[in-house]
Design a protein around this ligand. Structure first.
Ligand SMILES: NC(=O)c1ccc[n+]([C@@H]2O[C@H](COP(=O)([O-])OP(=O)(O)OC[C@H]3O[C@@H](n4cnc5c(N)ncnc54)[C@H](OP(=O)(O)O)[C@@H]3O)[C@@H](O)[C@H]2O)c1
Length: 257
């Protein structure tokens, strides 16, 4: 028996990468439905509403445990993409204290707890960052590492995608420091790649949302990436496995197509 078509839920869908994940998932042939989550009051939800169709639905469930659980149970996603996170600038604007603890880690834990009630369990595809490690310095990477740990210990099937610097002319929001970092580092990394340091180039060069989203959907659907970390060079690579699909119910050993 063929596994059922994937049903995708995207948390953080108003963001630069989350929105691209919605787009990529929606044009993926065998995906039955995509639910794009926007937090109530999100300034960017209107752009998401413009993408709504018979296959793409926008959901505005409040970020509260019981309500999220009810929504996820009703939607029963096979794949849950977690693409949210804050920045120091946004956190200041919203008056958040310990923002990475509260949002990057705290909301991840909230979503994982709600997802744990869904049967069959959805596969978590988590957007993390290169540099996340138990020895990472700084509140951001420390929170990212702990969020990865929460994903790993959730008991749910998962794929953790560690993205490099994310940006491009399509970001639609000024991030001057990130733009400078990309402008300086990318040509340098391209030169290093030209003299053979291709792995270093592929790990550290920036990518735009479309490339990150393609990589997340590709690796999030595949059995070879189940329960492991996809580093940025693999996220970028269109390898041999992008043609195959995997859905959670099938686990590793039922027919793939
Ligand atoms: N930027 C990078 O170079 C980079 C590299 C690797 C990994 N990452 C990680 O990937 C994540 C997504 O990146 P991105 O560029 O797509 O970010 P983004 O455009 O800033 O999107 C962030 C998402 O998180 C939501 N969010 C922000 N603050 C929130 C809050 N207080 N409560 C609930 N939701 C909130 C946003 O909702 P609203 O639209 O409603 O604000 C949006 O959906 C980042 O947060 C980061 O941790 C980033």
């Amino acid at each position: 028996m063929e596994p059922p078509d994937p049903v995708v839920f995207v948390f953080g869908a108003t963001g630069y990468v989350g929105r691209a994940v919605v787009e990529v998932a929606a044009r993926t042939e065998d995906v039955a439905r995509v639910t794009a989550h926007a937090r109530p009051g999100s300034e960017r939800a209107a752009a998401l509403e413009a993408m709504a169709s018979d296959r793409v639905h926008v959901d505005r469930t409040p970020l509260e445990a019981e309500q999220l659980r009810t929504t996820l149970e009703a939607c029963s996603p096979s794949h849950l993409f977690i693409c949210h996170g804050t920045t120091a600038h946004r956190a200041r604007r919203e008056g958040l204290e310990s923002p990475y603890e509260a949002i990057d880690l705290g909301l991840t834990e909230l979503v994982l707890a709600a997802a744990g009630a869904v049967s069959p369990p959805p596969r978590i595809v988590y957007l993390s960052a290169i540099g996340a490690s138990p020895r990472a310095r700084g509140a951001y990477l420390n929170a990212r590492w702990r969020a990865e740990e929460a994903v790993r210990s959730s008991g749910l099937p998962f794929t953790i995608c560690r993205a490099p610097l994310l940006g491009g002319p399509d970001r639609g929001e000024a991030r001057p420091l990130e733009t400078v970092a990309r402008t300086v580092a990318d040509p340098l990394l391209a030169a290093l790649g030209a003299v053979g340091l291709t792995r270093l180039r592929d790990r550290l060069s920036s990518m735009d949302a479309a490339e990150a989203a393609e990589g997340m959907v590709r690796s999030g659907f595949h059995y070879m990436t189940i329960n492991r970390i996809v580093e940025s060079d693999e996220l970028r690579r269109v390898g041999v496995y992008e043609r195959e699909r995997w859905t959670p119910e099938s686990r590793r050993d039922t027919p793939r197509h």
